[in-house]
Design a protein around this ligand. Structure first.
Ligand code: UDP
Length: 245
């Protein structure tokens, strides 16, 4: 049975959100691939938000396994390399599905590239129904097209699913004017406009993703996924983050 006990829970700011994380977030300190304890930790963060009754979409990148641009820089044909990158995101999505299911959360992996033996194909109405039933929808294989990134896939799916915000989980608690890990005087923005993020190349997401969010007035919340309880805290109106709107 899907859990739906919403009594006595804090009021949430958003009822349906999309969490975007990079593939690298799943590799822990290994430098490559998947680190199951790290995947389990992130799944636990997702569970705390699911417990609030929030409907959750996820998009996970593939950079911990393969990035198209890296392949093409080494002489591989770009579109083939991009398809390999998209397949990498499916592996990450399956790892996250397994970790969420260990926590008794119902999930669906939904791929932009049909692979019926492994996961569901993307059918918008069906995905919406999963969300209404409180299943976490993990969208895999990016947009299904080469020359895109999973940031753009996240923005596209967030729009299609009528999410109220994209949560971009990173290693730092927001968007800074310079790298806070290198510069002590780096300043964090509370709020940034889409155009400022684009003009100053603030590294929130890639430019096409930010433009797509701007054109559909979809807020992007950049927060630290390394902060335990951070994701849930923001939904309950606490914590530090940057909102791009
Ligand atoms: N990719 C693609 N089309 C998409 C999404 C992703 O071709 O719609 C490929 C692209 O090669 C990319 C790789 O998949 O480098 C992994 O995605 P991304 O770089 O966005 O992963 P992240 O940096 O978030 O881990």
């Amino acid at each position: 049975m899907d859990g739906d006990a919403q009594t006595a829970l804090p009021a949430v700011k958003y009822k349906r959100v999309l969490l975007k994380i990079s593939g690298e977030a799943l590799m822990g300190t290994q430098g490559f691939g998947l680190h199951p304890p790290t995947v389990a930790r992130i799944a636990q963060e997702v569970k705390t938000v699911h417990d609030l009754g929030v409907e959750i979409c996820m998009v996970i990148g593939g950079g911990n396994i393969f990035r198209g641009l890296q392949g093409s820089a080494q002489g591989m044909e770009r579109t083939t390399a991009d398809y390999m990158g998209m397949l990498a995101t499916v592996m990450n999505a399956l790892a996250m599905q397994a970790a969420l299911e260990q926590l008794d959360i119902h999930t669906r992996v939904i791929s932009a590239i049909p692979m019926d033996q492994v996961c569901e194909p993307y059918i918008r109405r069906r995905a919406v129904r999963h969300l209404e039933k409180k299943r976490v929808c993990i969208f895999a294989a990016g947009t299904g097209n080469p020359y895109f990134t999973t940031d753009t896939a996240a923005t596209l799916r967030a729009n299609e699913m009528a999410c109220q915000a994209i949560f971009k989980g990173t290693k730092v608690d927001g968007v800074y004017d310079k790298d806070p890990k290198k510069f002590e005087d780096a300043k964090r923005y509370d709020t940034v406009s889409y155009d400022e993020a684009l003009a100053k190349r603030l590294g929130v997401m890639d430019a096409s993703a930010i433009a797509l969010a701007r054109d559909n007035a979809l807020p992007i919340i950049v927060f630290s996924l390394d902060e335990p309880g951070g994701f849930r805290g923001i939904l309950a109106g606490q914590g530090t983050y940057t909102i791009v709107k």
